[in-house]
Design a protein around this ligand. Structure first.
Ligand SMILES: CNc1ncnc2c1ncn2[C@@H]1O[C@H](COP(=O)(O)OP(=O)(O)OP(=O)(O)O)[C@@H](O)[C@H]1O
Length: 184
């Protein structure tokens, strides 16, 4: 079966500046960890959460997590949105991000969704404290470094795909954004 993210392999192979670890890890064929990320965008504001524990604690982010065995990516996105923000929403595909870390064997494939409305009332959970930010006030200083690069696409409703290489987990060393594929 052809991987959904062969484009990521091609992207690092064709970029002369991609770090060796990114090329090696993406080419090795190691199974990618699948994750989801949901950003509610009401047109003027985005709903983010302050991550209170675990990976990325202290950063603002959308709501999401790992896809469990037997779950579709969209089911996982819905489950995590309910678990972390106490809401449900009609999700729209926004883009795909591939992360490669020099200190982790597995590349990550994050499926990003947006929604313009939702059902329920966003509420704090053990994992996240929800907070609204206007489009001009997104707290990039307290977010993952890649967010600054792909949020502009998300905010203008343009489908995106990107590959990001991190050193020591959080230091963005290299990235590339690809044009949308013809069938997306
Ligand atoms: C490296 N640059 C990054 N930039 C933007 N967002 C990133 C990210 N790296 C991870 N993310 C997101 O952070 C969440 C972690 O989820 P995480 O808490 O680990 O998953 P999950 O809830 O399944 O974990 P537990 O089972 O509770 O440990 C998940 O949405 C994932 O997409």
């Amino acid at each position: 079966m052809q991987s959904d993210t062969d484009w990521a392999v091609e992207a690092v192979q064709h970029a002369s500046s991609a770090p060796d670890f990114a090329i090696q890890k993406l080419l090795s064929g190691t199974h990618r960890k699948l994750l989801t990320l949901v950003v509610i965008n009401d047109g003027a504001r985005v709903l983010l959460g302050l991550k209170k524990r675990g990976f990325g604690a202290g950063f603002y982010n959308g709501f999401g997590g790992k896809v469990d065995p037997g779950e579709t990516i969209e089911e996982a996105a819905q489950r995590e949105l309910q678990e972390e923000a106490c809401i449900t929403a009609e999700l729209k595909d926004a883009g795909v991000l591939v992360f490669v870390f020099d200190d982790q064997p597995q590349p990550w494939e994050v499926h990003v969704f947006t929604a313009s409305s939702y059902v329920g009332e966003p509420a704090e959970t053990d994992e996240m404290r929800p907070q609204w930010f206007t489009h001009t006030d997104v707290p990039f200083d307290s977010m993952w470094a890649d967010d600054l690069i792909w949020y502009p696409y998300l905010l203008r409703h343009e489908y995106f795909r990107g590959v990001f290489a991190f050193r020591q987990t959080t230091k963005l060393a290299w990235h590339t954004m690809l044009p949308p594929s013809p069938d997306s």
